[in-house]
Design a protein around this ligand. Structure first.
Ligand code: ATP
Ligand code: MG
Length: 448
C-alpha cells in the first residue's frame, strides 16, 4: 500500500526515520566528523553562523563552499543556509540587506566588499501543490505580502503542459533535508555544522566526492528538464574539479540538451562565462562540444570548428592560454573572454570585407537574442577586436588612453601566448604595474 506521506522521488536519499503522527518522514542524514579544519573557514562566515545559532536558528555552511573545502580548494564564497527567515536575519545583523523578489536572500556585508549570502532553507515548489506554487514568505514580519503569481500570456499558458517541469520560481521555505535535495548535484548538497564540526549529508555527496564522480540529486532526466542550465553547470564542475560524470547523468545531458534553448538567455550567457572563468576553459568548451551542447548555445563557433581543423587547434590553444593566465591570477573581463572564445570565426567573418564593423555586427546578430548579449559587451568586443592589429605591430599611440585598452591588451596577451610568440614589448610595458615600470626605467637610466 502507498505510504500516506510518500518520500520525494530522490534516489540518493539516505535511510529514513519515521516520526510519530502525520508529519512527513524526516530523512536521517549521514554525519561525518572532522572533515574540515576550522582554520580554513572564513572568520566572517564563522561570526554569522555563530550569531544565528546563538539566537536559536539552525545554520549551516552550504553548497560550493563546503564542496571546495572538502576537496582542499580555496572556496570562492561561503554561503549559509538557515532556518531563520530573511527578515529575522536582517534584524540580527546591522550590515545586512535583503535582496531579490522571487528568491529572497540576506546579504551580510563585510569590509573589503565581502558578502556572506544567507538563504533560508527552501524546498522544491512542486512539493507543495504544483511547480507554480505561490511563495510562503514571512509576510507580516515587515509588511511583506509575498510573491504573487504573475498573469500568464496565452502563449505561455499553452507552453505549460502537464509534462512541463521547468522550475520558474524557487522561493518556498522548507526544512534542511528539503533544502539539500532541491540542489543540483550531490557534491553541492552537503551542509557543514560549525558547532558540531560535522558534515551533514542527505544526498550521498561525500561518497561521490571521494569517488570523484558527478551525480545529480534524483533522476538526471527530470533534474535537467526542471532546469537545463544544470547541464552547463555539470560541464563546469566536471571540467573544473576534474570529476567523472556518472554514465546515466552523461546520457541525460545528451538526451536533454535541447531543453537548454528554453532557459533564460542571460542565465545561459552567465554560465558560458563561468565555463570560461573557472580556469578550465579548454576542458569545459571541449566537453560542451563533445556532448553536443556547444552547437545549441554557440552554433557560430561549432560551424567554425567543424569546417576548419586549423581553427579548432587555434581555439584549444587560445583557451589553454586563457587558463594559463587565470592560473597566474589574472581574470580578464567578460568581453575579453567571449572575444577570445569567438576570435577565430570573428576574424573569418571580417576578413577581406569592405565594412568590417557591419560584418562584425552581422556575425553577432543571432547571438544577441539567443544569449541576450548586452550592447555594452558587443561594443567593447568590437573595439578590442579591432585594436588587435595595432597591438600586434606595437603601434599603441593614443590607444593607450582609451578605456578599452587594458581589455584589448589582455586579448592580445592571450593570442600571443597561444601562438607561442612574445607579447609586443610596447604592450608588455603597459601591462606592468606602475611601480615595476618606474623601477625598469630607473634601471635603464643607470645602465650606460
Ligand atoms: P561556484 O564555485 O561556481 O560558485 P557553486 O556550487 O557555489 O559553484 P553557485 O552558483 O554559487 O555554485 O550556487 C550555490 C549553490 O546553490 C550550489 O552549490 C547548489 O547547491 C545550489 N544551486 C545553484 N544553482 C542551482 C541550480 N540551477 N539548481 C539547483 N541547485 C543550484
Ligand atoms: Mg558559489
Amino acid at each position: 500500500m502507498d505510504s500516506p506521506n510518500p518520500e520525494p522521488e530522490v534516489s540518493a536519499l539516505p535511510k529514513t526515520r519515521r516520526r510519530a503522527g502525520n508529519r512527513p518522514a524526516e530523512p536521517e542524514p549521514q554525519v561525518y566528523a572532522d572533515q574540515i579544519p576550522m582554520e580554513r573557514i572564513d572568520l566572517d562566515a564563522v561570526k554569522v553562523l555563530k550569531r544565528l545559532s546563538r539566537h536559536g536558528h539552525t545554520a549551516y555552511l552550504v553548497g560550493g563552499g563546503v564542496r571546495d573545502l572538502l576537496l582542499g580548494h580555496e572556496p570562492k564564497d561561503f554561503d549559509i543556509a538557515t532556518s531563520a527567515r530573511p527578515n529575522e536575519v536582517r534584524r540580527l545583523f546591522r550590515n545586512c540587506r535583503v535582496i531579490g523578489r522571487r528568491f529572497r536572500l540576506a546579504h551580510i556585508l563585510f569590509a573589503g566588499g565581502k558578502i556572506i549570502e544567507v538563504a533560508t532553507f527552501r524546498r522544491d515548489p512542486s512539493s507543495v501543490g504544483g511547480r507554480e506554487a505561490v511563495n510562503v514568505v514571512d509576510a507580516g514580519d515587515t509588511g511583506d505580502t509575498g510573491d504573487e503569481e504573475l498573469p500568464l500570456s496565452r502563449a505561455e499558458h499553452a507552453r505549460r503542459t502537464e509534462a512541463d517541469v521547468l522550475i520558474r520560481q524557487d522561493n518556498t521555505f522548507g526544512r534542511p533535508h528539503e533544502d539539500a535535495i532541491r540542489r543540483d548535484f550531490t557534491i553541492n548538497g552537503l551542509f557543514f555544522d560549525l558547532e558540531r564540526q560535522e558534515v551533514i549529508d542527505y544526498v550521498g555527496g561525500l561518497e561521490d566526492l571521494r569517488q570523484r564522480v558527478l551525480r545529480t540529486i534524483g533522476p538526471p532526466d527530470l533534474r535537467f528538464r526542471e532546469d537545463p542550465i544544470r547541464i552547463l553547470r555539470a560541464i563546469k564542475f566536471s571540467a573544473r574539479l576534474d570529476l567523472g560524470i556518472a554514465p546515466e547523468v552523461y546520457d541525460a545531458m545528451v538526451d536533454q540538451r535541447e531543453e537548454l534553448t528554453r532557459s533564460a538567455p542571460p542565465r545561459v550567457l552567465e554560465e558560458i562565462l563561468r565555463l570560461l572563468r573557472g580556469g578550465a576553459a579548454q576542458r569545459s568548451i571541449y566537453l560542451a562540444w563533445d556532448i553536443g551542447v556547444l552547437c545549441l548555445v554557440l552554433p557560430e563557433l561549432t560551424a567554425h570548428l567543424e569546417d576548419q581543423a586549423e581553427g579548432a587547434e587555434q581555439l584549444w590553444d587560445r583557451l589553454a592560454a586563457l587558463d594559463g593566465l587565470q592560473a597566474e591570477g589574472q581574470l580578464p573581463g567578460d568581453a575579453v573572454l567571449i572575444a577570445a572564445l569567438l576570435y577565430g570565426p570573428l576574424r573569418e567573418a571580417v576578413e577581406g570585407v569592405r565594412d568590417p564593423g557591419s560584418a562584425f555586427e552581422d556575425f553577432l546578430h543571432d547571438m544577441v537574442e539567443r544569449l541576450s548579449l548586452p550592447r555594452r559587451m558587443r561594443d567593447r568586443m568590437r573595439l578590442i577586436f579591432a585594436a588587435q592589429r595595432r597591438l600586434d605591430r606595437g603601434a599603441i599611440g593614443t590607444l593607450r588612453k582609451r578605456d578599452f585598452f587594458d581589455d584589448a591588451a589582455a586579448l592580445c596577451a592571450i593570442r600571443c601566448r597561444s601562438e607561442g610568440r612574445p607579447l609586443p614589448s610596447a604592450v608588455q610595458a603597459t601591462l606592468e604595474p606602475p611601480a615595476e615600470r618606474q623601477r625598469r626605467r630607473r634601471r635603464r637610466a643607470r645602465t650606460p
